[in-house]
Design a protein around this ligand. Structure first.
Ligand code: AFP
Length: 353
């Protein structure tokens, strides 16, 4: 007899191994996954149910929201607020943290999410996704404030995403490797299809938005110039490029067949700290990439060690194949060294003060 491992079975059996597990976390994950199934259905039916196009509102980042951004955000809030597992939620689409309404019980976890990443792709039927990260609510905190969400990625209890593509995939880590599931629409369940995903150390595929080339720092310019030069350049072999403009799809490709993804900081006014959001995008994806054997970096630091200073903080993101990310880090340290060598000593002292 063929036995399919459903997501619910997988997570119950996985957490049974932990003596301290109470079952609360399993119920929380199930509620998140149910919300994502609802979003998957809306994304899938798109134009047929009139959910595509602009909502004509702006989020805190000043980006025009799509109808599906607003709907997905609402689905997650409604599906989770009553559950009793959360102390609060924070979303890329909301300016402030969302408190659990007083009529519902509170729980010991915090949920941080990007309800629909890559939503600029909704009208063109290209893959998009929901990204989520679960943190512990600090001990003794009943009404978490923004401060309580500002935990480095290394403190995540769980991170995952759901990719709404030709198939709907759920990818998840609780710190013991990365597993992938595919939605079986006939029975409405996610089925375990990708056990213990791992990223090869080497790759010949890179993803970066080349249109921003003129704004990059020298370290990124050097790395990209070298891979673009292919077998005629210092790398001595050809590389290929992909850019979907949907981080979930890029990370999924890296988990399936390897690669490196870069969204570095650059000199544009709103990208000087990076473009992607630390809490909603970089940390959860960083956790998944590391758990699959890759590296997640800012170029200068391990991504998951960045101490957030505000909810909507942005950060440079360089993630994927170990050998390539290490090379980008090396180019950053050489560039920084060169800069400090060429800084006159009196300015170096001022910098250190
Ligand atoms: P949206 O959710 O606003 O479409 O942004 C997607 C995203 O945060 C990430 O998923 C992409 O990798 C990146 O932005 C695309 O950025 P560019 O628009 O600069 O290509």
């Amino acid at each position: 007899m063929r036995t399919k491992t459903t997501f619910t079975r997988f997570i119950i059996e996985d957490l049974r191994k932990l003596p301290e597990a109470t079952g609360e976390f399993t119920l929380l994950l199930n509620a998140i996954v149910t919300a994502c199934k609802e979003i998957a259905d809306d994304v899938n039916r798109g134009q047929l149910i009139n959910v595509l196009g602009s909502a004509k509102t702006e989020n805190i980042q000043g980006e025009t929201q799509k109808k599906l951004d607003v709907i997905s955000n609402d689905v997650i809030l409604r599906s989770l607020e009553w559950s009793g597992h959360l102390g609060g939620m924070a979303s890329e689409e909301m300016e402030e943290a969302y408190p659990i309404p007083s009529r519902y019980p509170k729980g010991k976890y915090l949920l941080v999410f990007d309800p629909l990443d890559g939503s600029s792709n909704t009208e063109v039927n290209v893959s998009i996704g929901t990204i989520f990260s679960i943190l512990r609510c600090p001990e003794g905190i009943e009404e978490p404030t923004e401060e309580d969400f500002l935990q480095p990625g290394s403190r995540q209890v769980c991170a995952g995403y759901v990719l709404y593509g030709p198939a709907t995939n759920l990818v998840l880590t609780t710190g013991q490797g990365v597993n992938g599931f595919t939605l079986d629409r006939d029975i409405g369940e996610f089925i375990l299809t990708h056990r213990k995903l791992s990223i090869p150390d080497q790759t010949s595929e890179f993803a970066i938005n080349m249109a921003n080339q003129r704004h990059w720092e020298p370290a990124i310019k050097r790395y990209i110039d070298e891979v673009v030069a292919g077998e005629d350049g210092p790398r001595g072999r050809n590389f290929n490029t992909r850019w979907v403009a949907s981080m979930v799809a890029e990370v999924h490709r890296i988990l399936m067949r390897g690669g490196i993804f870069l969204y570095p900081m650059d000199s544009r006014e709103n990208v000087q700290e990076g473009r992607l959001r630390l809490l909603y995008e970089a940390n959860p994806m960083g956790f998944i990439i590391e758990q699959a054997g890759g590296i997640a970096s800012t170029g200068r630091q391990r991504l998951m060690e960045v101490k957030p200073n505000r909810l909507h903080q942005r950060v440079p993101v360089i993630i994927g194949a170990k050998e390539e990310v290490e090379r980008v880090e090396l180019y950053h340290s050489l560039m920084d060294q060169e800069r400090s060598d060429s800084t006159p000593p009196h300015r170096q002292e001022a910098k250190q003060a």
